[in-house]
Design a protein around this ligand. Structure first.
Ligand code: SAH
Length: 344
């Protein structure tokens, strides 16, 4: 039997095309979108403002398309890591981080990743495939805490700008009124500095941007982030400077503080030089240790000293709270474990 395509994740213009091919009136696209993104149903047969015949025609080629998570690890601090299984051995992660009234969901965009950062567990899986828009949105919609989500960060497995077409569509469905109507100010996309779709992302969406920097020095950054060899941070920053960051849209640079690697005064001064006249903030990230890694995270006192030094130089600098350490919350760790267990 031919596998049916999911309707969930389609944009209104895609739904219009589907309607036109299936012989439904064009206005049914918005009716379908309302069912998909505004209601709690689980099958096309429940879309009761479409005629029975139209529901049957749609069901011949499509299904609703939601897939629940297969596993969940709960941290002592309330963080939950969900695992979704999309194909025989494709595991995708999502981390749900509750923090008082705020509930942040960290979503993945690829199975594996091509960026090959030295400190990242996902890199060790290599690259398998891009998630479809439907699969990205399924991570969000099938989360048991979906109705409590206040913030979404594209900071899970994968490089979002290396799967831009699907990521862009998922942002469209999340933020449009016919979709989930989620404010773009509650969404952040994190990139390693993959330039090819950065301009499109900046011009076609309104969501916040985070850039993984991790060293102000190109030679050192190359050692841990091979993306620097092809797409220089200097050029990323040149591009960013063409846009206005003084309004509502936020620009953040992520900086994992590694002990004895990028934690010296010269690094802090390098950051001041690099970012000093760009309206942005620096988020210092505690390293989540991964197996057999030569890297060691700086301790809290070092992170605070680094932050205070940068703040004194006029940079806005915060330290990210480390969450879910006990449940393999670092990007890619849980799915890697699952793949290993399955012997692949
Ligand atoms: N590819 C994108 C988004 C996924 S990674 C990017 O590079 O930004 C999301 C963030 O987690 C990045 O800042 C990345 O550098 C960081 N990260 C990866 N592995 C980590 C680890 N073991 N500990 C802490 N942060 C990590």
């Amino acid at each position: 039997m031919k596998e049916k395509e999911p309707l969930f994740g389609k944009t209104v213009s895609e739904l219009k095309e589907i309607c036109s091919k299936a012989g439904l009136p064009s206005y049914s696209a918005r009716q379908i979108a309302k069912w998909l993104y505004g209601k709690d149903i689980s099958s096309i047969s429940q879309m009761t403002d479409l005629s029975l015949k139209h529901r049957e025609v749609l069901s011949e080629s499509y299904d609703y398309g939601l897939v629940p998570p297969v596993d969940c690890a709960v941290s002592s601090d309330g963080t939950r890591k969900y695992l979704y299984k999309y194909n025989a051995n494709d595991y995708v992660e999502a981390v749900m981080i509750p923090d008082r009234e705020r509930v942040t969901l960290c979503v993945s965009t690829q199975i594996g990743c091509r960026m090959n950062c030295a400190f990242c567990a996902t890199a060790r899986q290599g690259f398998k495939r891009n998630l479809t828009c439907s699969q990205i949105l399924n991570i969000i919609r099938s989360l048991p805490e979906f109705h409590r989500i206040t913030n979404i960060v594209y900071m899970g497995m994968g490089e979002p700008l290396d799967n831009y077409a699907n990521v862009k569509k998922s942002i469209e469905v999340l933020t449009e009124q016919w979709g989930f109507g989620f404010s773009p100010r509650r969404i952040t996309l994190s990139t390693s500095g993959y330039i090819p779709f950065l301009k499109e992302f900046l011009e076609e969406t309104d969501v916040h941007l985070a850039i993984s920097l991790h060293s102000p020095f190109p030679a050192q950054r190359k050692e841990i982030m091979p993306v620097e060899k092809t797409y220089k941070m200097e050029d990323v920053i040149k591009l960013l400077k063409r846009y206005d960051w003084t309004g509502q849209r936020r620009l953040t640079f992520e900086y994992i503080l590694f002990k004895g690697f990028n934690d010296r005064k010269q690094h802090a001064l390098g950051l001041v030089r690099l970012l000093g006249n760009l309206p942005c903030r620096i988020n210092i990230i505690p390293f989540h240790s991964i197996p057999d890694s030569p890297f060691c995270g700086a301790d809290m006192q070092d992170m605070q000293n680094f932050r205070d030094f940068l703040s004194a130089k006029g940079l806005t600098c915060t330290i990210r709270a480390s969450r879910g350490q006990d449940i393999l919350a670092a990007c890619g760790l849980l799915s890697t474990k699952k793949i290993m267990e399955n012997g692949k």
